[in-house]
Structures are given as C-alpha cells and as structure tokens.
Ligand binder design. Structure first.
Ligand code: ADE
Length: 238
C-alpha cells in the first residue's frame, strides 16, 4: 500500500517513520511512504500556501489552489482504491473500523491541515472524507496523519509478525464492531516490589488462562470505557 502525505513540514515525518513497525514494513516493501512538500505546488516567488480568512478573524487559512494542484499531480486519476483524506478536528472520528476500511485501499493521500484552517473547498470538493483522530485540537494535521498511517499499516498482511495479534487485541472485534480492551499483561519477575502477577497466568492451565483473560478484559473495559462494554455486550448477545 502507498501512503502519501501532503504537508508544509515534510521533515516532520522523518522521526515517526524511521522506527518500529512502519519503518520495517517500508524496508520490507510492504508499504511505501511518500511525503510531499505543499510549497512545491505554489506558483509565486514567496511560495505562499496560506492567506487571511474572508470575513476577518484570527490566523491564516491554507489556500485551496496549491492543495488541489498537488493532489491532482499525486493522483492524476482517481478511483475507488485511492482515497484523499483531509486531517482536521472537524472530521469524523477515526477508529479501528476506519483503520480496517482504509487498509483495503491501494493508495491513500493524507492532507495535513495547518494554522487556523483549510479552505473549505478542499473538504467539499477534493477530499473523499475528513477525519479527526480525537476531540482535541492539534497545531497541525501531521501528527494525526502519522497516527492514521501507523494504525493502517500494522493491519496490512505481513506487516506484523503475527497477524493474529492485530485481531485479538483491543478494538480488534472484527468487522462487526468494537471489541473489548486488551486484557492486562505481565512478565517476569512474578513478584515485583511485593506486587504479584496473577497466579493463574503462571499455572500453565490454558483454559483457565483464557477464562481469566476474558474476565479481566471485561473488568478493565467496564472500568475504563463503559460505553465500549455496552456496545460489546449488545453484539455478543445478538
Ligand atoms: N488537526 C488538528 N487537530 C486535529 C485532530 N484532532 N485530528 C486530525 N487532524 C487535526
């Protein structure tokens, strides 16, 4: 799968994508990352990407024209397996189901917004969708784009050593909807500062371990994310 990002801070992506799962997937040829500098599609001497908002107000707005020109150069042809997504706090919430849906595409172009906003014609006339990674405002869409790429890349075949783990863990509940949060995990030493890891995990009894993990996942989901537990219950009761 090919991930494109359009940004005014191309260097931003050096750090996040030089480590871990995404870097290994790129090295193995499972994904390709292409970071595009928005200023390359400006036409004036100052390489202007933003301007003051019509109607007045604070801050600057990213201009539509360079973004359209860039997107049309990166995707000369559009199609169902190529999507353009604007990252913004006004978008629909990104979740594991969205990550799964995007992981079926061939190519994804993520537009990282900046400043006080992006000319609305980008959302209305260029992007296939607008996504937010959470109900808080970041200073730009770069971090959000990196989050989406990480969450999608790890779902691709052959990217995680054990494909199973992408399914089993938190939110992995399959196409039907969200699952439970992941169960608590422990590793050696069994006793740490007087706090013992649960005895059953050391017992070697796989059936009891499985049962404990499900109960612990339910308990933790109830405590941390009660709304997820309700969704999960209504699904397993069906
Ligand atoms: N840009 C600024 N805040 C954002 C958010 N919460 N999600 C996606 N893009 C953003």
């Amino acid at each position: 799968m090919v991930f494109h990002v359009l940004t005014i801070f191309p260097d931003f992506f050096r750090g996040p994508f030089e480590h871990g799962v995404v870097a290994r997937a790129a090295a193995a040829g499972k994904i390709r990352l292409e970071v595009h500098d928005l200023r390359n599609w400006t036409t004036d001497r100052h390489r202007t990407v933003d301007d003051r908002p019509f109607g007045g107000g604070e801050g600057m707005v990213l201009k539509a024209e360079p973004i359209f020109r860039a997107a049309e150069a990166i995707f000369p042809e559009r199609g169902p397996a190529r999507r353009i997504i604007l990252m913004s706090p006004q978008g629909r919430l990104f979740d594991q189901a969205a990550a799964r849906r995007l992981s079926r595409l061939d190519e994804l172009l993520l537009l990282a917004g900046r400043y006080e906003g992006v000319d609305e014609r980008v959302a209305e006339r260029l992007a296939d969708e607008e996504l937010s990674i959470g109900d808080y405002v970041l200073s730009g869409g770069e971090l959000a784009a990196a989050v989406v790429i990480d969450a999608v890349a790890r779902l691709l075949d052959g990217v995680l050593g054990n494909q199973d783990s992408a399914l089993r863990e938190s939110f992995g509940g399959g196409a039907e909807g969200p699952g439970l949060l992941d169960c608590p995990q422990y590793t050696r030493p069994a006793g740490f500062r007087g706090w013992q890891a649960p005895e059953v995990l050391l017992s070697g009894n796989h059936e009891e371990v499985r049962r404990w993990r499900l109960e612990a996942a339910i308990e933790k989901t109830a405590r941390m994310r009660p709304e997820l537990l309700e969704k999960w219950k209504s699904r397993v009761e069906r």
